[in-house]
Design a protein around this ligand. Sequence first.
Ligand code: CP
Length: 352
Amino acid sequence: MKTTGFKGRDFLAETDFTKEEIETVLSVAEDLKLERAKGIYHDDMLRSKTLFMIFYNQSLRTRNSFEAGMTQLGGHAHYLDPDKIYKPAMEGREVAYATERVSDVARVLDRMGDAIAIRCYGDPVDWEYGGAHEMLREFARWADIPVLNMEDDVYHPFQGLADVLTVKEKFGGFKGVNFTMSWAYSPSIHKPRAVPQSAILYATMMGMNVTLAHPQGMELAPDIMTQCEEYAQAAGGSFRLTNDFKDGVEGAHVVYPKAWCATPIFQPPIGEADVKKTQAIFDQNKDWICTSKIMDMAAKNAIYMHCLPCDRGFEVTNEVIDKTEGKGWLSAAFDEAENRLHVQKAVMSLVM
Ligand code: CP
């Protein structure tokens, strides 16, 4: 277990950390979770420290798990609405007295607090794939305190951590676990790719047998696919792609079906900035919904996962997501949501 070298580091992408370091984060999260259940408090770990949280997009889980986590560790999480400060903007995208250059915001906040967390994807960067991640890297370049990624347009590294912690708890480890990340239909074409990309990165890094299932047109970023292949090979797991929902679910221990956007929505050169074309791909794939019949094709002890929020009746039926107890496959979506709190406390305690 590697416990040194975390202090002061940014948490922007899982790919910035080794497998051993991610395993340490999971161990710390398990310890904090168990100790809290036993009534042991951790409010001396980040006493009097401040986390600044800038949300360009809405959130239930991320905001509240970071806020609750900071309170439990003895510090304070401070919510910042970009429209109520001078919106942090990259050089060349500034508007007089409405925005403030990222380099300036980063250097002001790092004189006052102990970490900066940011969520940004989609509309705030005009669907320029990678634009939000680049902005987070710019914050990190200028801030001397850790910068944490609360979801950008490439990675959702804290969601991915909660996902693998949930798998570890349910199956006792990762070896031999068949993990299927699948696309599912949603009436919204505006969901980012970050969740599935982070999920398959962590799952392959941990050595699971990973299947990515999606209709044609819903491809993830080529560099993420290459990284997953490399992780799978290094960890002794596997990684495959299918365009058939049922083939993807057959025999899976983890069934993780959620919507993400189609490639044409992005600005060129990645996409075509074509909303009509994006909508058409969605309309052709309304049958990608996780029902009991679909879950019956998975392994007998399978779990259903979703990062939430989900579109009930479109991505998943009520009978699947609400089956949290009983025999056979079960929904782990709410355990997964809780684990956001524990993994974030682990990372914050290590890097802050
Ligand atoms: N899963 C997740 O990030 O949820 P929120 O959008 O509510 O933060």
